[in-house]
Design a protein around this ligand. Sequence first.
Ligand SMILES: Cc1cc2nc3c(=O)[nH]c(=O)nc-3n(C[C@H](O)[C@H](O)[C@H](O)COP(=O)(O)OP(=O)(O)OC[C@H]3O[C@@H](n4cnc5c(N)ncnc54)[C@H](O)[C@@H]3O)c2cc1C
Length: 447
Amino acid sequence: MALYHPDIYDASRPVPSYWEQNAPLPQHRFQPLQNEQRCEVAIIGGGYTGLSAALHLARDYGIEARVLEAGHIGWGASGRNGGFCCMPATKLSIAELIRRYGVEETQHFYRAQREAIELVERLSEEEDIDYEKCGDGILEVAHKASRMRALGEDQGALKKLFGIESDLIEKKALQASYFDCAELEGGLKVHLGFGLNPIKFVAGLAQAAARRGAVIHGKSAVSGWEKVNGLHRLITPQGTLCADRVIVAVNGFIREQLNPTLDAAALPAISNIIVTRALSEDELKAHAWQNTSPAVTTKALHNYFRLLPDKRFLIGGRGDYRGSDESGKIMRSKLEARFRQLFPHWQEVPVTHFWRGLVCVTRSLLPRIGRLEDDPSVWYGFGYHGNGVCNAPWAGKMIATNLAGANRDLAGIPKVMRGLSSSFVFPGLRLWMLRAAYAYYRVKDAV
Ligand SMILES: Cc1cc2nc3c(=O)[nH]c(=O)nc-3n(C[C@H](O)[C@H](O)[C@H](O)COP(=O)(O)OP(=O)(O)OC[C@H]3O[C@@H](n4cnc5c(N)ncnc54)[C@H](O)[C@@H]3O)c2cc1C
């Protein structure tokens, strides 16, 4: 049984995203697995984590890897996200991270966050990926004047502890040089991160991995997994893959039957996006729009938004515990209402696209990267807390490096995200926990 309604897992359907309709992937190159095949490393999941692992294994270590993806390549979150390449992949504040793990480990975590963003740029350069980079940092918008204090504290900590530059911007200055909207009381511009086109990036990664020698199969959902004579045997509709090692790279799209240990450690949550038609110059002026850097509000249940290169507007937000097409219609109208509330001058601007997908939260509120204790030949990377555009490729790289043996004992992976940590005590109640968390966040956001 999966956590959500079958509609959200139906990988036979295209994703109605703006990205997919405008830059389709070269799927013909990634044919389903056929017959009985053998390889060193089998990777379940054809998103950033899996493709980056395949690319690094093949390119840097000459290790034979095959990717098995249930839908088309990039069908999961990697081909349909908002394209915010930013940090951090956690719901914990800097103060909370320090309280739990100490300054040194928190610094290691933030160093990894910076490395992850730089990896996206470096991979794109090395592998010639055109990913439509836009903006020069990420803007955090204070939704209440009281949030400016916390942003000021973040600014100090980012600089002092991690050497990350940012500007605290007062309301008037923000309105004058970025944009104006409702619930805007100032902001923090972090000079790290940018926007990108997620489907171009995932397509580029897939093509690079294939060029470097990895074998990639679309339409190859793993429906059975057994271990025979020390070898993993993965069963897909048209073929079987035997491998010495397996990397599970399914993040929020995990289903219970794949691996119960990993399933119990993951809490998938739905993220929704709408995109409008291109805005005219007059419409942009109405909200004083002058910047292409992605923006996110300070709410715990935040909205994220950005102006796309062709002047369409993208806005996203969390919500829904069902995942059916019917509940999607309700989410679409809620998100549309929120869009018009934040941007009142765009009441008449039509929304052209709505889609959604699964992100992944963990009990520790940090990503989990490592190998299973009861079977160290099984590796995993998941739980990027909605910040997987850079963290997932980075996790794939770290898994590849450690698996290849160049680093031992999960070296290079900060302790705070190393291994499985703790699972949810009552996995069957995960959606109730999510409801409770959202209810708590709603109260927190209101005060
Ligand atoms: C709407 C939305 C907006 C987002 N916005 C942002 C953003 O702006 N910035 C950001 O950093 N992050 C964002 N994220 C999160 C980010 O996209 C993810 O963290 C990241 O893509 C995870 O990559 P992945 O490769 O681990 O997983 P995915 O890209 O989800 O790939 C997992 C794949 O596994 C496949 N799979 C599952 N089970 C099986 C099986 N049994 N056999 C074979 N294949 C299987 C699935 O089909 C899926 O394609 C967003 C996510 C969503 C859904």
